[in-house]
Design a protein around this ligand. Structure first.
Ligand SMILES: Nc1nc2c(c(=O)[nH]1)N[C@H]1C(S)=C(S)[C@@H](COP(=O)(O)O)O[C@H]1N2
Ligand SMILES: [Mo]
Length: 214
């Protein structure tokens, strides 16, 4: 087998990107940093269901429950009082644009897991938003060092159109898996599909596998 062929190299990089790990994987060679079928944008397009909910910080609450030992509800002040996490990652939208090097500040999903302590029966996570959007993921996809709830993009408060006050970022999946205006996170023993997943989008949503539709 010719292990140095371009295709093999690219496949190796896809596998590496999917495997995750402790370090952030970034590919600087040619198009290899861009998942198949994607093109690079410098702007940041806005995608929503036609509603951009306005949530005053004094009314903002995040509820996390379901199959967990320690369900919680955080006010804005309580959310900010959690350990702060900073990360830079690429953003891949299923409508074919990708945006590199987004800097996020917020609370890591790893920290959330350490606070709410999922039961062993918890295998899936359902995210619900203030605009009635929802999306679902396996718990193991959320239990990754680059997954976070962010309130700052490139050092500035996350704009309302991009999901502020707080949205979810899951860099290894297409961006519809990241709920903007998140208000409720529920740990479940069975998978429950979200808004786009019941409308024909892929349940898994791996950009490196061109895994767009179910
Ligand atoms: N609450 C909510 N979250 C959402 C959406 C939405 O309509 N409502 N759209 C999803 C889709 S399809 C994409 S591609 C990204 C877009 O994020 P952006 O508008 O910040 O680019 O948000 C995702 N999260
Ligand atoms: Mo999307």
């Amino acid at each position: 087998m010719d292990t140095s062929s371009r295709l093999t190299k690219t496949k190796e990089q896809w596998a590496k990107a999917r495997r995750g790990g402790e370090e952030r994987e970034v590919f600087y060679e040619g198009d290899a940093r861009l998942p198949p079928g994607q093109h690079l944008v410098e702007t940041w397009p806005v995608l929503d269901l036609g509603q951009k909910p306005d949530i005053p910080l004094s009314e903002w609450k995040l509820t996390i429950g379901g199959f967990v030992a320690n369900p919680i509800t955080w006010t804005w002040e309580e959310f900010l009082a959690q350990p702060q996490f900073n990360d830079v990652s690429d953003f891949h939208c299923v409508t074919s644009w990708s945006r590199f090097d987004n800097e996020w500040d917020g609370v890591s999903f790893k920290h959330i897991l350490s606070v709410v302590k999922p039961l062993s029966s918890a295998k899936f996570v359902l995210f619900k938003s203030f605009d009635d959007y929802s999306t679902n993921l396996p718990l193991e996809a959320c239990d990754d060092r680059d997954v976070l709830l962010t309130y700052k993009w490139n050092g500035k408060p996350l704009a309302k159109e991009h999901g502020g006050p707080v949205r979810v970022i899951v860099p290894k999946r297409y961006a519809w898996k990241g709920a903007k205006w998140v208000k409720k996170i529920t740990f479940l023993d069975k998978d429950e599909k979200g808004f786009w997943e019941v409308r024909g989008y892929s349940n898994s949503a791996f950009p490196w596998e061109n895994d767009r539709y179910g």
